[in-house]
Design a protein around this ligand. Structure first.
Ligand SMILES: Nc1ncnc2c1ncn2[C@@H]1O[C@H](COP(=O)(O)OP(=O)(O)OP(=O)(O)O)[C@@H](O)[C@H]1O
Ligand SMILES: [Mg+2]
Length: 306
């Protein structure tokens, strides 16, 4: 499969009165045509910032973004830009309240006939065409958002928690729709979520993010069955159902900011002295499995005994 998107050492820091936040801190990944990379991590870890920076909606402070081999870092417009789209986290916040569904989609494709086609494709009825966002359910409005993203025949869509604002009953329908569209059109997704249970099913590969950094990345199945990083194990132990086999990880709630060392050290129940001081990069632990933890092998043995 050919590489569509390559992100190298991406950085974005926000400066505010109360201090700076490294929202994206040295993130690298590649995405192939038709592939889904899941980005998982708790609120505030930098998922939305990563997705928006990749699309040039937020300017990166450092790093490189290559789209089909061309360097698009810092470029808002370039030939093919419309092939990269986004589905937003909160449909009510992202849709213009004064626009009907028709206008929302028309804004992207400017072709009335195509609006009907797209609406049918995402499961909206013709009657919904003239409705305003407040007259639609969250699921219907998110479908309009998907139709808008599809209007430009994209090859890549950042799906930023596309179902987290929806009722459970709509969630699986929207996920199935995204999967069908991917199958039909060979779309690649950067699928952002705080919910490993959701991402596990839709993603080919998963990257676990903590405080702006990817701390572990592997094929989805490897992450679910052989997690290495203590934070990934913690996320898995918190997922009910088939993940019950993962023992609880008693993470601490301390939120100290490390001047150096592992970003997770202050919450990690396994942290040793050097975790607070050593630079801990993502390292290859197995084929296609990277993890930023120096004690992951040791923890694995420890966990298998309890
Ligand atoms: N425009 C901004 N100005 C200042 N700080 C920001 C801005 N946008 C995001 N941040 C900060 O950057 C960090 C990452 O935010 P981001 O929205 O990317 O997280 P997230 O992983 O998408 O969270 P959530 O799961 O809640 O959507 C947070 O600490 C946030 O407060
Ligand atoms: Mg977000």
């Amino acid at each position: 499969m050919s590489i569509l998107l390559e992100v190298k050492d991406l950085h974005k820091t926000f400066h505010a009165d109360h201090g700076s936040v490294k929202a994206v801190d040295g993130v690298s990944f590649t995405l192939k045509k038709g592939e889904t990379l899941g980005i998982v991590g708790e609120s505030g870890c930098g998922k939305t910032t990563l997705g928006r920076t990749v699309l040039g909606l937020i300017q990166a402070d450092g790093g490189e973004i290559l789209w089909k081999g061309q360097n698009i870092t810092g470029r808002k417009k370039f030939p093919g830009r419309e092939k990269m789209q986004i589905i937003f986290q909160d449909p009510y916040n992202s849709a213009d309240p004064g626009y009907t569904v028709e206008k929302i989609i028309l804004e992207a494709c400017r072709d009335k006939k195509k609006v009907d086609e797209l609406m049918a494709r995402v499961g909206l009825t013709p009657a919904e065409k003239y409705r305003y966002p407040h007259e639609l359910s969250g699921g219907q409005l998110q479908r309009a958002g998907i139709a808008r993203a599809l209007a430009m025949n994209p090859e890549f869509i950042v799906c930023d928690e596309p179902v987290s604002a929806l009722d459970v009953s709509y969630q699986s329908k929207i996920i199935s729709l995204l999967e069908e569209l991917q199958e039909e059109q060979g779309l690649a997704y950067l699928f952002i979520s705080h919910d490993l249970a959701v991402v596990r099913h839709i993603a080919d590969r998963i990257a676990i993010m903590y405080r702006g950094k990817i701390v572990e990345t592997a094929p989805a199945r490897t992450i679910a069955e052989h997690p290495l990083h203590p934070y990934t194990r913690f996320l898995l132990s918190a997922v009910p159902g088939p993940f019950d086999s993962h023992p609880d990880i008693p993470v601490k709630t301390e939120e100290a900011v490390n001047p150096a060392g592992c970003v997770f050290a202050y919450r990690c129940p396994f942290a040793e002295k050097d975790c607070y001081t050593e630079d801990i990069p993502l390292k290859k632990k197995d084929t296609d499995h990277l993890c930023a933890c120096i004690y992951s092998g040791y923890i694995d043995k420890y966990m298998s005994r309890i």
